[in-house]
Design a protein around this ligand. Structure first.
Ligand code: PDD
Length: 287
């Protein structure tokens, strides 16, 4: 089956899909994106993802490229054409194409690209075995709540993680507190069984999976606190995990080479993953 990408109004074969060299996303990282999990043929948490897309665009003074309804139609059509029932939907909006100049162009239409990817989430060993993370200084700018395509510090940190044999990097602020992963939110479970994840602010991305996990925790009477935690607290924690559209709930079993808990995925992480999978598959309605 050919794979299509949606590029500025057209469905193009993936291999031929391209944007102009003067697209401001390419020149200045002047754009934003969303990664939406697709499970059982549906975009999971579509509304909060579109809400965040709107917020990211508004923060950069980029207009929506089309109405939300139209975005939904295009994404459904692309998933249909590509036969994706489990995987990811990627949406990227940039300020558009204009001669290179730092100042915003006038009368430029935002550029919209959508792609999809098939993924067999069920077959991924990270969920059963857990993963290692390293810790790195957080080198990003002050508006990490905007989901911009400017991901260089994240890429550098993720590459350092992979070169160290790890899956993800916990980024650490100047006071020694973990902000988040490079493409995920960071969590621990205290000795008393309380979930801890950093509170929402400009310092982290407001993860949609994070939001859903907190909703599930509320429903399941799992206590949680939204506050910063240090690397030392994470190392002493009973469990740790990361959440994202691609990681769901991925247990973290090593931090900087040292075991978290007994070095195996913890029971609460496993339960949250199972609940999240049910939610993603449409088997739990609320979150
Ligand atoms: N990343 N923090 C950062 C820095 C992220 O890039 C992401 C997601 C998250 C988790 O957000 P969500 O739960 O909405 O996926 C947190 C996506 C998956 C990516 O860049 O590929």
């Amino acid at each position: 089956m050919p794979r299509y990408a949606y590029v500025n109004g057209r469905y193009l074969p993936h291999a031929q899909a391209a944007v102009h060299i003067e697209d401001r996303g390419y020149q200045f990282a002047d754009g934003v994106y969303e990664v939406v999990p697709v499970a059982a043929g549906r975009a999971v948490d579509k509304d909060p993802h579109l809400d965040r897309l709107e917020r990211s665009l508004a923060a950069l003074h980029i207009p929506m490229p089309m109405t939300r309804k139209a975005l939904e139609l295009v994404s459904r059509e692309l998933l249909r054409r590509n036969g994706v029932s489990n995987g990811l939907l990627y949406m990227q909006v940039t300020r558009g194409v204009a001669p290179r100049d730092h100042v915003f162009p006038t009368n430029t239409r935002p550029a919209l690209v959508m792609t999809t990817k098939r993924i067999d989430f069920a077959g991924q060993s990270k969920f059963d075995d857990g993963v290692g993370v390293i810790t790195v200084p957080d080198q990003r700018w002050a508006r990490r709540d905007i989901k911009t395509v400017n991901l260089l510090p994240n890429c550098l940190a993720k590459q350092a993680a992979v070169e160290a044999g790890a899956y993800e990097a916990f980024q650490v602020d100047g006071d020694g507190y973990v902000t988040e992963g490079t493409s995920s939110n960071a969590w621990i479970v205290t000795g008393g069984g309380t979930l801890v994840t950093r509170q929402l602010s400009h310092e982290i991305l407001h993860g949609v999976t994070r939001r859903t996990i907190l909703a599930i925790a509320t429903e399941e009477d799992v206590p949680f606190e939204e506050r910063p935690f240090t690397v030392a607290e994470a190392l002493a924690a009973k469990e740790a995990f990361v959440t994202s559209a691609t990681s769901f709930v991925t247990p973290v079993v090593r931090i900087d080479g040292k075991a978290v808990g007994d070095g195996r995925p913890g029971p609460l992480s496993k339960r949250l993953l199972a609940w999240y999978r049910d939610y993603a598959a449409g088997l739990r309605d609320s979150a």
